[in-house]
Ligand binder design. Structure first.
Ligand SMILES: [Zn+2]
Length: 296
């Protein structure tokens, strides 16, 4: 029987699987959705990797020599990008997925205090919290894959269309859930400034305690200003993050009497899929901010 299999393979060789690299946990899911059986995703960051701090090691990069494309999240998230370009740029193409969707600037707590140059504001890298951006990114990924490997273009376009329609359903579900929160209660106080794109799409005001990454801690003045705003706006809850420790927010909520809500997933770490992350976050937000149904 073995000789028969060898004979069959020599006449009908199996199409080689295309190998690509993912450098963000949510892009790993997106690539698998679009790539299906014809794509092997080398997941360098892994499910537990923190995209703000991850950097591929030279040993990891050596394991990617047969990958033709490297997918990054972009918008300044990968500080190691220049080094990556110099190491793999001559043998693989780097696809900046974030560059294919519109940008937002990070919240600026000192805008009202200074007349400063707004060009110094950082771009918010957390574009994945806009479901519409993730839907657009699906198309960008399918296009990049098809351009490099046109032999599988039809399959990838079909998979992308299916996943985009799944994301449209997810967006519809999110809108239905958020509709339960009255507009005046749509205030999202979070740990780091990760939910700007979500807030824009679903008409929330963002109140991040930290900056665009977790190292940017607020000054005492900024914290006092934030607490005043939270009280004035009658903000019901502050949301910690699954990815970071809750100490600052726990003491903040203890001092203010504002509830500490269930932790949100900010950067896509430790989740099974993009859809599960969105459903978890939306359920936690609705649970904390929607009025409880009246008992008869
Ligand atoms: Zn983040």
């Amino acid at each position: 029987m073995k000789w028969l299999l060898c004979f069959a393979l020599s006449i009908f060789p199996l199409a080689a699987q295309v190998k690509v690299v993912s450098l963000h946990p949510l892009l790993t899911d997106l690539l698998q959705q679009v790539g299906g059986s014809q794509l092997e995703v080398i997941d360098l960051i892994g499910k537990t990797g923190d995209p703000h701090h991850f950097e591929p090691s030279s040993e990891q990069l050596r394991s990617t020599t047969d990958a033709s494309l490297f997918f990054i999240s972009g918008k300044g998230l990968e500080s190691y990008l220049p080094a990556l370009k110099s190491i793999v740029g001559n043998r693989a193409k780097i696809i900046d997925v974030g560059a294919t969707v519109p940008s937002l600037e990070g919240a600026c707590s000192h805008c009202e205090e200074h007349d400063h140059d707004h060009s110094d504001h950082s771009v918010d890298p957390h574009w994945w919290h806009s479901i519409d951006h993730f839907r657009r990114a699906t198309q960008s990924v399918a296009k990049a894959l098809a351009a490099a490997h046109p032999e599988h273009a039809d399959l990838w376009q079909k998979n992308a269309a299916r996943y985009q329609s799944q994301l449209e359903d997810l967006d519809r579900w999110t809108r239905q859930q958020i509709a339960r929160i009255p507009k005046k209660q749509r205030h999202l106080a979070t740990a780091h400034d990760a939910f700007g794109y979500f807030c824009k799409d679903y008409q929330f005001t963002a109140h991040p305690v930290q900056g665009l990454n977790r190292e940017q801690l607020p000054s005492t003045t900024e914290l006092a200003k934030l607490l005043k705003t939270l009280h004035e706006q009658n903000v019901r809850a502050i949301f910690p993050e699954k990815e970071s420790n809750h100490k600052i927010l726990a003491s903040l909520t203890r001092d203010t009497g504002i509830a500490l809500a269930e932790a949100l997933v900010a950067d896509g770490t430790n989740v099974d899929s993009y859809e599960k992350m969105v459903r978890h976050n939306v359920n936690a937000i609705v649970k904390a901010l929607a009025p409880s149904p009246r008992t008869p």
